[in-house]
Design a binder for this molecule. Sequence first.
Ligand SMILES: C[S@@+](CC[C@H](N)C(=O)[O-])C[C@H]1O[C@@H](n2cnc3c(N)ncnc32)[C@H](O)[C@@H]1O
Length: 334
Amino acid sequence: MAESTAVETRVIVPEPALEVDDNKDSDSAYGDELSSYSASIASSVQNYEWKHGRRYHSYQAGSYQFPNDEREQDRLNARHHVMLRLMHDRLFLAPIKPDGMRILDIGTGTGIWAMQLGDLYPSAELIVGNDLSPIQPQWVPPNVKFLVDDVEKDWAEAQKYDYIHCRYMAGSIRDWPSLVRQCYNNLKPGGWLELKKGNPRPYSDDDTLKPDNNVALMLQFLCEACDKVGRTLNPAPNFERLVAEAGFKNIEKKMFKLPLGAWPKDPRLKEIGAFMALDFIEGVEAFTLVPFTDVLGWTKEEVDVLNTKVRHDAKRRDVHYVFDYYVVTAQKPE
Ligand SMILES: C[S@@+](CC[C@H](N)C(=O)[O-])C[C@H]1O[C@@H](n2cnc3c(N)ncnc32)[C@H](O)[C@@H]1O
């Protein structure tokens, strides 16, 4: 089956190398300081755990290694902005019209994607966002609903969806083939799935990124930690194969170049790159604290030293970091 569906897959190859902005003053605006559906939210899921000064969700503790506190929520909202700008301000790339649709956002995080979609499409029938952590706001557009759920368990929802969106879930999921199959089973015939994630291995088109770079090293260690707990940080290159194996048709893979740093000449990419640098400067602790101490066995001090080096390297303007960002859309046959 994989072979025959592969023929139908349209691959839109990565864009050419991004143009570097040689005028250092033009990014001054960004500053040098770039420095099983639960019926309700049970109170037990709010028994959060604190580790190294950060808050983690308590629902099956240990299954998700990243914090859920306000600092992390701010980071997720900023990362949403990055992903939205990278998609040229489109919340989805699947060829759908949300009016009248039942939509699911897997692992919705702060719920920002679901709420923006609800605001933009008041005529969408229902937009459900699920997550292990009940960190979403209570005042939401009338067609948006949040649920606490572990998407790796059987979904108990009786009604099927027209469209399922799954973004930035690497390091979270143990069994991607099973998750994609659950999506297939919970879509109506003709419904669409959209999977989005960047490859965590940065590169540069002009050889400015060297192997001893601390951003690259940190991500290499993080990939190792995620592999060790059986939750890959890099599922994206397999998305196309996974959807084909689950039986999806009309598969399309789009790839975008996601810069880190305000170095690109193009103003939209410069903005994206500046936000990405901030994400690493502000967010590196969220990525490393638990995976590096609990999984890789580092001391907190060792992690702090690496984080300081990562912050330094994330500010370097002479390194033109790029990540490949994958978006795969696929349709359940009618
Ligand atoms: C990196 S965040 C991404 C949030 C959101 N998808 C976005 O793009 O902004 C990952 C989210 O997935 C949630 N998560 C992790 N494992 C999950 C699971 N098994 N079931 C439901 N949510 C999960 C986490 O609680 C976290 O909020």
